[in-house]
Design a binder for this molecule. Sequence first.
Ligand SMILES: [Zn+2]
Length: 138
Amino acid sequence: MMRDHATLPRAGAIERRRRRDSAAATKRAYKHAAMRDCGHRCVYCATSLGYESATLDHVHPLAHGGANAIGNVVAACSRCNLMKGDMLPHEFFVRHPWAGANFIRYARAVHRALKRSARRAVSLAMADTGRWAQPIAA
Ligand SMILES: [Zn+2]
């Protein structure tokens, strides 16, 4: 019969592996859900994505306290994901209103507040463009 202390390291290894597997499974589940919700497109540039080429983007970045949860996770191509980096969604959409417009259209399952923020950023960017496009009154 095995002594109790002999089973401890093994139990620890199993527990570690269980946690790692479950984190990977969560990530896979998020990716599948995000791909489905976004119609297998990058939510920022609308390019179509395969499961392998898709990356998961945290709309409100983890680095700024965003949640690793459905509602904050979207499918994006690696180019857009890299371009967005740790920018807050508002900053990113003001800078790249086309990404905001696609996001409003394709990120169907994100939290309402994120969509609201995207709409505000896009109209702000458009208003700015409009202002600078106007001839300056003499
Ligand atoms: Zn993209």
